[in-house]
Design a protein around this ligand. Structure first.
Ligand code: NAI
Length: 243
């Protein structure tokens, strides 16, 4: 259980982030929910603290960190999860696309780590988890999202080595049905033919990575650090590997 834990979750207004916030709250935590559009989050209860923040804006990240410092003075866990993908190819990509993916998927994670390390060190069981993707482990049609998510995995390992005492892990979801993509795309991915690529023969649900994030923040994962954990129903076993 995560009784009394103070946990920051980015992208906490929908999909995996919202499910993660609800799972932490169900296990006794208070969630500092970082997001932009809280109307779509519904009402996850009094232990869901909305913090409006565009994570590409460093000044807004500073406001979140200041709020946590003043209100709690400690942080037990961070789930750095906000994201969205833009697909291109190495011969058609523009500087705007690569800059926007870097600014959304990698830069905020680096900034949250550097600005929150001191708060995390005040916890008895500090941890950081980041949402990467199985796309990062594979050569697929999600470039440059996949290579920036690969950098997120590297960041997790760098943190695990150098933030002594703060366990840091990367979670790589496979296909998890969320508002990340339109319903029509999910419906196409859910056909019997498409599901041949997933040994579990189904698309995942947001509560599945949410439970993994809660485990990683808990005492049960006290010796888990520097790990890259896939949660994909076996998708990765059926795709070409980056490494
Ligand atoms: P989602 O679209 O439901 O959630 C993404 C969240 O990030 C949203 O709440 C969105 O508002 C927030 N966000 C985006 N840009 C932001 C910004 N500039 N500032 C603050 N918040 C921002 O999608 P989902 O699926 O829950 O995505 C969560 C993470 O999981 C993302 O990093 C995504 O890349 C990753 N992922 C998702 C997979 C899937 O199949 N759903 C597969 C692999 C990785």
């Amino acid at each position: 259980m995560l009784n009394g834990y103070k946990v920051l979750v980015t992208g906490a207004t929908s999909g995996i982030g919202l499910a993660t916030a609800k799972e932490f709250i169900a296990q006794g935590a208070t969630v500092i929910a970082v997001g932009r559009d809280f109307a779509k989050a519904g009402d996850p209860g009094p232990n869901y603290i909305p913090c409006k923040c565009d994570v590409t804006d460093e000044a807004q990240i500073d406001q979140v960190v200041q709020f946590i410092t003043e209100k709690f003075g400690v942080l037990d866990s961070m789930v750095l999860n906000a994201g969205a993908g833009i697909a291109s190819t190495p011969d058609t990509i523009t500087s705007e696309i690569i800059d926007s993916q870097y600014s959304l998927l990698l830069r905020p994670n680096v900034l949250f780590v550097s600005k929150c390390a001191e708060l995390l060190r005040k916890s008895q069981n500090p941890s950081i988890s980041m949402t990467a993707s199985v796309a990062a482990l594979s050569v697929d049609g999600t470039f440059p999202y996949n290579i920036v998510k690969m950098a997120v995995m590297s960041l997790c390992r760098q943190c695990a080595q150098q933030l002594k005492g703060i366990r840091t892990n990367a979670v790589c979801p496979g296909l998890i049905r969320t508002p990340l993509m339109p319903d029509a795309v999910w419906d196409a991915l859910g056909t019997e033919e498409s599901l041949q690529q997933i040994p579990s023969r189904r698309i995942g649900t947001p509560d599945e990575p949410a439970k993994l994030f809660a485990f990683l923040a808990s005492e049960k994962a006290s010796y888990v650090s520097g790990a890259v954990i896939t949660i994909d129903g076996g998708w990765y076993t059926t795709h070409p590997r980056t490494l």
